[in-house]
Write a protein that binds this ligand. Sequence first.
Ligand code: PMP
Length: 359
Amino acid sequence: MSRVYNFSAGPAALPEEVLKQAQEEMVDWHGCGMSVMEMSHRGKEFMSIAAQAEADLRELMAVPANYKVLFLQGGASSQFSMVPMNLLRGKSSADYINTGSWSKKAISEAKKYCNVNVVGETPAGQFTVPAADSLQLNADAAYLHYTPNETIQGIEFPYLPESGDVPLVGDFSSTILSRPVDVSKYGVIYAGAQKNIGPAGLTVVIVREDLIGETIAGTPAMFDYQIQSEGESMYNTPPTYGWYLAGLVFQWLKSKGGLAGMAEINQRKSAALYAAIDASDFYNNPVEVNCRSWMNVPFTLADAELDAKFLADAKEAGLVTLKGHRSVGGMRASIYNAMPEAGVQALIDFMADFEKRNG
Ligand code: PMP
């Protein structure tokens, strides 16, 4: 078996140890004679898997007791609607920071339900985030929404927006579990699973209890945090296998020193890659240095004519899914938790060699 280094932005690489454990447990989970995929979600086996995964996530992220942890479906995109449906609570407007492609999608969905105040914005074509003191926050906003890590542009917030009493909502899809985060600063944290949590199909939502229970008229039951919370994320059949795999990833993270351990590794990985890019005239990363993402590293080649050759040669070397998003061009290396340091080093070595041969 030969596994490649997969730099996909999502669905993304999973830790090999986790895949092997899932493989061992696939046909007969812990001697119960069936796969996790075949279990009733209400049986004691799956209930224990679900409870352990929640406990491990709470421990990893130090989630305070007054927060619910939900394991839902619909991806981060469904949270673009669930957030306004649940958090408006009688108010008519919400504040949004627009830093790139995913903020824009969240904003266009929220506009269906409320007035959206864009309180800070990354100018078109730039790769930065608005300065903390430039945000024009509204005290009567139902919440402030932002995207701590823009997966496509590869920019990340170097600061935590201070929203005072207005609940802060973060789309953590591409940065959750990459480092410790102070959950108590947030009203809602949400993330699609397919980058740093597990397989696609699972969405994790962490929501402060006092913010749930009042939805806008017509909110579907599936979109109601209160109903999902009362049903312990089993209002309908939950994504059981994704939930189980997420649980294996949480245990893997604990074995690696938790989020503080991950932060050190992720910091080293990204610093090494940016240093290699910056040391060369052949490669360029467009992002302002203090906003550079630890997770998604876009870079261009001085001569775009070489892009196709770069991708083909990289693939030959076992380094795959490096093509950049069509809106940014060039390359993008997504280096989430499951990308080992050896994978980043292999990419750096390949880039140096490619430059020598083609520069
Ligand atoms: N937000 C961010 C920051 C993302 O990176 C993505 C997926 N790439 C999404 C939202 C959408 O996630 P999903 O496909 O799970 O709906």
